[in-house]
Write a protein that binds this ligand. Structure first.
Ligand SMILES: *Cc1c(COP(=O)(O)O)cnc(C)c1O
Length: 336
């Protein structure tokens, strides 16, 4: 499969001959989830966005945002990030041969994401503040300097991310409901745009972490807290659009606790063989907790790969078995 700009050029704001910065993102697998299906009493599929080049759905938006920045002559792209946007920006900026800078909340991004951003050569700035403060600062910065902002306030990000809805409809033909984690609310907005362009209206169920649930509480959260660092956001940039998507689709936005997120995270790995990051598991945690109001065919979006956050994985899993280098000891260790 080519990258998504080539695959969906007729539905994206790119003309023939425009520069395309691609790592062959998109075209990610949709797999059946027999264990979750059984628990929920409906047909549940998982969209594995961790299979994108840098391990999260952010690549869908980033191929478009960075291609657009190159078309506009930008020499530097910048974003505020809880981690995955930083990793994705860094990779696409490297691919494009332009500068990349990312502002992340100090000490609050998963190890894999930090490693990616640094390896791809982005300038990584650790802000002594949270994501919401980082976003406000980069918005100001890009008004003063000729630097392209590639957060999901950039409309090209949503254009790229809407293609996941196209893929789902091509693959499954029909679905009744979509369950999705919500942080800055760009992705739920993008899926709704994609479905709307196809004339479809599955119900959108968005899930926020209980300690970072401004859309559920109806007010900004000054100090968002959750183990799901990718959705640790107290003032979503796409607040209005997310509420519109929810209302128009007759869906809902609900909260799930960190305990529920981590349960779903472990169960997906152990029962379905799918290792996603904690924020991604919020979609399944939400479905298990709140249901999908009678929907028969449901897709849960698993937004990022489990390898992004090895520390949480090790904290949430069993311990290794030490062993002497002798057959008897190995037999005991494996069969005992
Ligand atoms: C960015 C991200 C989210 C949240 O997406 P929004 O568009 O900010 O709502 C969820 N999960 C993962 C893994 C992410 O990287």
């Amino acid at each position: 499969m080519p990258g998504l700009i080539e695959r969906y050029r007729d539905r994206l704001p790119f003309a023939e001959g425009d520069p395309v910065v691609s790592l062959h993102e998109g075209s990610t697998p949709v797999v059946a989830a027999p264990w979750v299906s059984e628990r929920v009493g409906a047909e549940v599929f998982l969209k594995l966005e961790g299979a994108n080049p840098t391990g999260s759905f952010k690549d869908r938006g980033m191929t478009c945002a960075v291609s657009g920045a190159v078309r506009d002559g930008a020499e530097v792209v910048v974003c505020a990030s809880t981690g995955n946007t930083a990793a994705s920006l860094a990779a696409y900026a490297a691919r494009a041969g332009i500068g990349g800078a990312v502002i992340v909340p100090e000490g609050k991004i998963a190890a894999g994401k930090l490693a990616q951003a640094l390896m791809h050569g982005a300038r990584v700035i650790a802000l002594r503040g949270n994501f919401d403060q980082a976003l406000a600062l980069v918005r100001e910065l890009t008004q003063r300097h000729p630097i392209a902002l590639v957060n999901s306030v950039n409309p090209l990000r949503l254009e790229g991310q809407k293609t996941a809805a196209f893929e789902l409809v091509e693959e499954l033909e029909s679905l009744d409901a979509l369950c999705i984690p919500v942080g800055n609310a760009g992705n739920i907005t993008a899926y709704w745009k994609g479905f709307t362009e196809l004339g479809l209206a599955p119900r959108l169920f968005g899930f926020q972490a209980a300690g970072a649930a401004p859309l559920v509480e109806g007010r900004r959260v000054a100090h968002p807290e959750t183990v799901a660092s990718a959705i640790r956001i107290g003032n979503p940039a796409r607040w209005e659009e997310a509420m519109t998507a929810m209302t128009q689709s007759q869906g809902a936005i609900e909260a799930v606790t960190d305990g529920e997120i981590l349960d779903a995270y472990r169960l997906l790995a152990a029962r379905e063989g799918i290792f996603c990051e904690p924020a991604s598991a919020a979609s399944v945690a939400g479905l298990l907790k709140h249901g999908a109001d009678g929907a028969r065919r449901i897709v849960c979006v698993l937004t990022g790969h489990g390898l992004k956050d090895p520390q949480t994985a090790l904290e949430q899993s069993g311990s290794v078995v030490p062993c002497e280098p002798e057959l008897g000891a190995v037999e005991d260790a494996i069969l005992g």
